[in-house]
Ligand binder design. Sequence first.
Ligand code: ATP
Ligand code: MG
Length: 657
Amino acid sequence: KNQQVSNHTTYNGMEEEVKAFLINEEQLHTFDDLTKVNPVTTATVLKCLQARYATSLFYTHAGCTLVALNPFQPVPNLYSFNIMRDYHTASRPQDLQPHIYIVAELAFRNVQGQVEPINQSLIVSGESGAGKTWTSRCLMNYFATVAASSTSAKCQEHVERIEKRVLDSNPVMEAFGNACTLRNHNSSRFGKYIQLQLNRSQQLEGASVHTYLLEKTRVAYQAPSERNFHIFYQILVGLLNLGNVGFSSPADESQPCELKEDTKGFLKTTAKLLRVCEEDLGEQLRVRTITAGRQQQVFKKPCSRTECGTRRDCLAKVVYAKLFDWLVKVINTSICSDPSTWTNFIGLLDVYGFESFPQNNLEQLCINYANEKLQQHFVAHYLKAQQEDYTAEGLDWSFVRYQDNQSCLDLIEGSPASVFSLLNEECRLNRLSDADQFKGRLQKALGANNCMSWDVFSKVPHFTVAHYAGRVSYQIEGMTEKNKDPVPPELVQLLQKSQDALLKQLFPVAEQDLCDAKALSKAISVVAKFKGSLESLMRILNSTTPRYIRCIKPNGDCKPHLFRSQEVLTQLEACGIVETIHISAAGFPVRCLEQLECARSQMLSHKATFIQSSWRHYRRRKLARLRRATTVLQAAVRSWLTRRWIKKCHYAATVVQ
Ligand code: ATP
Ligand code: MG
């Protein structure tokens, strides 16, 4: 094999630790479960993963989680039908080579539960480009295949149709929701939780998709060397027309901006595609309508060139976001089954990975907040809960320290004061956005939180948050405006008047309620909406048995055969893999619910009593039968003896005669 695993190790001070551990370097790749590594340190774990990566072993158990290294190239036969069959038919799939199919198979076997259905969630996490979406796709393929294999020939066609629909929805959603970024050529720009609905016979009945916070700003703005959503390069060259409409400042400020001569054609095409009046579109992009005074007088105010650009981008973003939501709804209508037909579900969570760019804004804050929430879910479910259980049950246990991210979450979403609450206050009071003033408010309210800091030398208003996965600086400029996410009411009214049936559906007239300024200030902010949807996701996750897959990106260049120790190290530390291994290695491999265990032992004791009583009953019946037989025998002997005696008497009488 032509493997060139380069080592850019800069983890100074760890070499001695690794040397002591490297007794037999050739055997390192055989550690298929990191709980077997001794001693468990970040360095030794890293060395094992590196050795496994070099021998094309991309999956490794790490206690309750599975570590998945991204090969960055297709691996022959890793996901073939035969491999799926091997894992599905194995009596103990855990005994086979580590694979995402083990996690999938265990979820599939446990979803029915011993007493009642136990819904399962597979939480796939990792930074951008680590392989979450790829892994989720492979898992979906697996479930679709094994659920179809348990189907009778009669239902086969029905199940195959559902399976095809569910799998076919993936490329459509990726086309509209994924884009090429600096870190991943197919980066998911929305979060996704897909529920595969199964019936009592473990057959796939349907699925439903929940999506989270599409990064709609990408429609209007992409960072250098990044691209818009894939669909624009595939079929939708038209919604790009709007982006090409340009404005030039007027000589007289009381007059509206002029449309740039060479972009007038783009406005015409946009109006034609949106099926709205071209003049109206041109006017609404350049002139603002203000309602003021007691008599609610209407004024028209020409917008500046920048404002015209903002209005144009707003229009593009709102149409795209509504279209995406509509698409998800249509997909759900097509793949979702009647609730009466399914009894349990397996959920697959694929959310955008942790992000830290040179410039970060509200989008990154929301994405990193979502990752903090998931990390907390993991910490609460595994690291914290397991240790608390051991202590409560009086087991001999020395506490393993782990990084709890509660104070970071308090900083972002807590009450009464947090970044989100202060952002929402700006939105509620409809304050004019001023970055320096907002920074002052943040400093006053949150300066005491250890997770918040400021670079005193920076000239740009910002704040830095110490996330579990690293420190990220967020620019304040534009943040409050993004949180308000205002849509000019005139533009919404224009879209409501469109002749296009789909646009009419996307912008129903009822939304007019939101069009006056007062209602706009009451409109739910971006972070409030996102927080709400994440909370409902957490409620779903908390009601299921979670299983974790940690995707790791071996190098930032997305190249095969390249393992950069420092980059992997950062990711391993960020997800607390060493703590997880420590707890898994020291903890108990199997945990059963007390009620279940009681039920089981009760069943066993019933069985024993039943056997005992059956034996007694059997012995009693056997003795009775024996006694009966003895009596019959005695009677027979007696009668035989009597008959013999009579015969003898007869003989004697004859002789005497
Ligand atoms: P983001 O958070 O940006 O959406 P992601 O974690 O979803 O990132 P993916 O899109 O799943 O990342 O993976 C990035 C790329 O890595 C894929 O397009 C693919 O080329 C490659 N890749 C990931 N996993 C595998 C795998 N198991 N085998 C081969 N290639 C893979
Ligand atoms: Mg993805």
